[in-house]
Design a protein around this ligand. Structure first.
Ligand code: 13P
Length: 241
């Protein structure tokens, strides 16, 4: 997740990643998705067309059709320029007014057009201190995924808000507990296997060494470190080391 960073020249940072990935022994088991700003989706998709690396967007409008929504882009438009994934419900958007209800509509629309969704959930520091993390996550999951039956294009990203961009990470014990709870909740909702659960929040080459030991974590949503080819490659290398 590049967030609101990068211009056309930032695409050069993919060269090293592409080169590394081509000869990387575990590349068949590794799925990489870059989510750049909308302005770079098309150019990035073209650049990555002959690779295993996919492209996603960072948000979408909830409407299925075109409409008078100045400044917005819907999931169909994102797919049209090469996105195969879309992040929905990121805390940075929840913070500026995105509600569980809107998130649910966005998820429905994105799934309908065939995008895979990366649905973000997570508690604030205050909620963690009040020990209501489970309650908060349960609400975000059940409202966000309300009336969604098919989980095959769904990925969940657990991102504790206090861990985003701060270098602070949950203890292994805490993370094991929380991710197990998330998977249990998802299993109940879908009445089948839980979709993959990613962890996000200060993931880098170092912290990944701890995270990889947690069985419930199926992957990562990387912010800051995804913009540097070196840092990003470090994460992949250290995960398998
Ligand atoms: P950082 O990896 O920079 O903490 O960001 C996490 C994030 O918000 C990814 O969506």
């Amino acid at each position: 997740n590049w967030k609101m960073f990068g211009g056309l020249n930032s695409l050069n940072s993919l060269n090293k990643v592409l080169k590394f990935f081509k000869t990387f022994k575990k590349n068949k088991f590794t799925k990489i998705v870059y989510c750049p700003p909308n302005t770079l989706i098309q150019a990035m998709s073209k650049k990555l067309a002959n690779s295993q690396i996919k492209v996603g967007a960072q948000n979408c409008h909830a409407a299925d059709n075109y409409g008078a929504f100045t400044g917005s882009v819907n999931s169909f438009m994102l797919k049209n320029v090469g996105a195969q994934y879309v992040i929905i419900g990121h805390s940075e958007n929840r913070e500026i007014g995105e509600t569980d209800k809107i998130i649910n509509l966005k998820i429905k629309s994105a799934l309908k057009c065939g995008l895979k969704i990366i649905f973000c959930i997570g508690e604030t520091l205050q909620e963690r201190k009040k020990k209501i993390t489970k309650k908060v996550l349960n609400k975000q999951i059940s409202l966000g995924l309300s009336k969604i039956k098919d989980n095959k294009n769904v990925l969940i990203a657990y991102e504790p808000i206090w861990s985003i961009g701060t270098g602070k990470i949950p203890s292994s014990q805490e993370l094991t507990k929380t991710t197990s709870f998330i998977k249990k909740t998802l299993k109940n909702i879908f009445r089948s296997k839980s979709p993959p659960v990613l962890y996000g929040g200060s993931v880098d080459g170092n912290s990944v060494k701890l995270f990889k030991k947690i069985r419930e974590i199926d992957g990562f949503l990387v912010g800051g470190a995804s913009k540097s080819s070196k840092k990003f490659i470090d994460i992949i290398r250290n995960y398998y080391r």
